[in-house]
Design a protein around this ligand. Structure first.
Ligand SMILES: NC(=O)c1ccc[n+]([C@@H]2O[C@H](COP(=O)([O-])OP(=O)(O)OC[C@H]3O[C@@H](n4cnc5c(N)ncnc54)[C@H](OP(=O)(O)O)[C@@H]3O)[C@@H](O)[C@H]2O)c1
Length: 242
């Protein structure tokens, strides 16, 4: 697919990794629907920056764990820009909750945001596409077995299954892939010491950047034959442990 003139919905597009993805997509000529939940100011400034650079963007608010808001998102984007043909599922939570502390609410919110919401958005987008070309790219984690972020790991592992099952279900013109990220952007509360400690275990001996992620997304948009894949963007951590 040629990115020029395509319409992309990027969930969690107002901050951090999502923020860079929306800018890079816009610079490639993609019309960008920037989804946010609470970061309204950041979303507005992202859209303004894209417009100032000659691109097209608008912002869309939704809590993706609330069914009605989730269901309304694709049609809101369609009303504004026409049917989206690229979906980047980036919205996420990253809470440290151990196996023992995990209760039904923690389980449900992780599964809702990391598995059900990406699936539901894909389902609604593919229905609208009705056989036309599309790309679905799920942002996953290179580390899925997570004793200290139990529901997070389980829900992201489910996202992997969603990715592959969707890839087989959506028809020949839609490709569904996931990017499995390693150390890209540390959570804001991480100490320098903790960041450095992790760096020592990365074959690349450095953290990646949101640009690395955005460039992989552009490559997946341009390819019409890569499907049901997991591409690790982790500086070699996963590949060197196989
Ligand atoms: N950063 C990394 O190094 C890294 C490593 C591994 C995997 N990943 C994956 O890459 C993706 C992007 O990472 P990130 O660190 O940029 O993500 P993040 O900062 O954890 O979250 C991105 C956005 O998710 C949105 N969000 C949270 N709860 C939501 C809800 N209930 N409904 C709708 N939106 C919600 C937030 O939007 P608002 O601010 O608008 O509320 C937030 O800005 C994630 O899927 C993450 O799992 C990242």
């Amino acid at each position: 697919m040629n990115p020029q003139g395509a319409v992309a919905l990027v969930t969690g597009g107002a901050t951090r990794v999502g923020r860079v993805i929306v800018s890079v997509l816009a610079a490639e000529g993609v019309t960008v629907a920037i989804h946010y939940r609470g970061s309204a100011e950041e979303a507005k400034s992202a859209a303004a920056e894209i417009s100032a650079a000659g691109g097209t963007a608008a912002i869309f608010q939704a809590d993706l764990t609330i069914q009605e808001e989730l269901d309304a998102l694709i049609s809101a984007v369609t009303d504004r820009f026409g049917p989206p043909n690229i979906l980047v599922n980036s919205a996420s939570i990253y809470r440290q909750v151990s196996m023992d502390e995990t209760d039904r609410a923690e389980w449900d919110v992780n599964m809702a945001l990391h598995a059900w919401a990406p699936f539901r958005l894909a389902q609604l987008m593919v229905r609208q596409l009705d056989g036309s070309p599309g790309k679905i790219i799920n942002l996953n984690d290179a580390h899925l077995a997570r004793p200290r972020r139990f529901a997070y790991g389980v829900s992201k592992a489910t996202l992997s299954a969603v990715t592959r099952s969707l890839a087989g279900a959506v028809g020949p013109n839609v490709q569904v892939n996931e990017l499995a990220l390693g150390a890209i952007l540390p959570p804001p509360d991480w100490s320098e010491e903790r960041i450095q400690k992790l760096t020592a275990d990365i074959p690349a001996r450095r953290w990646g950047s949101p640009d690395d992620v955005a460039r992989a997304i552009i490559a997946l948009i341009r390819s019409d034959y890569i499907n049901a894949e997991t591409i690790h963007i982790d500086g070699g951590v996963t590949g060197t442990r196989k």
